[in-house]
Design a protein around this ligand. Structure first.
Ligand code: CMC
Length: 391
């Protein structure tokens, strides 16, 4: 009609102002509140990055301690929420459980509906960040038939999550520092990524004034899709299927063949037309985890060789397809002991910080309006109703 800009997939439409995350896809740059992701991943912690995303500045030592304490005060789940888990089949996908349980939190915290009050927004944000590890770990425990573990607030955010996931009441659980560090780093690398599909979903849901638990549940639903959060699971499955380096050329040829729907999973990105800066840190972290756990996984060799061969192939060079964050993360998560079905749940746990920070930014914006895209109508023109007996 000429009235609207037609932009399916929103490849060229900015839907909001945001001061959180900057991406230069051509150069492979990712900054949170101005700080490069590489520096944050190597030198900071997930709690510190969470504070930064929520508040705009790095915390002072006192602010950092207070933030950690506040989050630790909210790690428990209401005891009735345990009953929600029993309602699921044991083989339920953790993301199905996460959608349900996180959405249900709104029924437990009535103050969350008062989104006009910044104090209520803050406490909902803290609850979400604090409870996600407990919810995700319980989804895992339920799937393997082990008892739920209560949080232990003497541990770090990430150490606590590892213990709730892999610990059992019968034994002491010892957090391995290198694993804790790697896990924390993976959380940092997934904390925010500007207006990706799930974040846009959270903003759109939130633009109507919906409560934050419902909005984050919507984000979790979106993240579940294989083209978004499900990609690291797909990447690891692919690397395992390839199995040995001699089989790589066959898969590269398949990825290049337009008649074959196969794509190199963990390769290519809507925004990055250069090496994804998160993939660089991931690759390094694989080595650290393998050294600490004294494991070797042939899949890593396959990944390294595949990357090298693809980056030297004209098809991938011309289309600017580089490894993305998901290419190596599956290798690490599987070495730590997570089944592939948990991968997306871990992504959701980490991205909750970004979702919450983006939601807060939107609600605090005085110019905020309900999100309401338009369309180009392609249906029939106006016509008259024909009674059923005459059709
Ligand atoms: N293997 C082979 N060819 C590819 C690949 C790939 N992984 N990715 C893109 N291409 C080709 C594609 O066939 C197309 O070719 P042509 O122009 O000849 O039709 C061209 O590159 C552009 O691809 P597109 O699908 O139009 O690009 P997009 O921006 O819509 O898609 C993507 C981006 C990430 C969905 C896509 O690269 C892909 O499917 N990658 C594999 C899945 C993946 O790793 N996803 C994780 C994304 S990062 C984490 C997250 O967002 O959650």
């Amino acid at each position: 009609t000429g009235m609207f800009t037609y932009d399916p997939g929103f490849t060229s439409t900015a839907s909001c102002d945001s001061g959180l995350t900057y991406i230069d896809g051509e150069e492979g740059i990712l900054l949170h509140r101005g700080y490069p992701i590489g520096q944050l991943a190597e030198q900071s912690s997930f709690m510190e990055v969470s504070y930064l995303l929520l508040n705009g500045e790095l915390p002072s030592p006192e602010e950092y301690e207070k933030f950690n304490y506040t989050i630790s005060r909210h790690t428990m789940l209401h005891d009735q929420l345990r009953g929600f888990y029993q309602g699921f089949r044991r083989d339920a996908h953790p993301m199905a459980i996460m959608c349900g349980v996180v959405g249900a939190l709104s029924a437990f915290y009535h103050d969350s509906t008062d989104i006009a009050d910044p104090a209520h927004r803050t406490i909902s944000s803290h609850r979400l960040i604090a409870k996600m590890p407990t919810i995700a770990a319980m989804a895992y425990k339920y799937s393997i038939g082990q008892p739920f573990l209560y949080p232990d607030n003497s541990l770090s955010y990430t150490g606590n999550f590892l213990r709730m996931t892999f610990g059992v009441p019968a034994e002491e659980y010892e957090v391995i520092p290198a694993v804790e560090k790697a896990m924390d780093r993976i959380f940092i690398l997934h904390a925010d990524h500007e207006q990706n599909a799930s974040t846009s979903t959270v903003r759109l849901a939130g633009s109507s004034g919906a409560n934050p638990f419902a909005c984050i549940a919507a984000g979790i639903a979106c993240l579940w899709g294989p083209a978004h959060g499900g990609a690291n699971e797909a990447a690891l499955n692919m690397l395992q299927e390839i199995g040995t380096p001699d089989r790589i050329p066959h898969y590269i040829e398949r990825a290049k063949n337009k008649d074959d729907p196969f794509r190199l999973m963990g390769f290519g990105h809507r925004v990055y037309k250069n090496y994804d800066p998160r993939a660089t840190v991931m690759q390094k972290t694989v080595r650290e985890v393998f050294d600490a756990l004294k494991v070797k996984d042939p899949v890593f060799e396959v990944a390294l060789r595949l990357e090298e061969m693809a980056l030297n192939d004209d098809y991938f060079v011309e289309k600017k397809l580089f490894p993305n964050v998901d290419f190596y993360s599956g290798v690490i998560l599987s070495a730590i002991g997570f089944p592939t079905t948990m991968f997306t749940a871990l992504f959701a746990l980490a991205r909750t910080v970004g979702w919450v920070a983006q939601w807060n930014e939107m609600i605090s914006d005085p110019g905020q309006r309900i999100g309401r895209p338009r369309q180009l109508y392609t249906g029939p023109a106006q016509r008259d109703y024909v009674p059923l007996s005459q059709r």
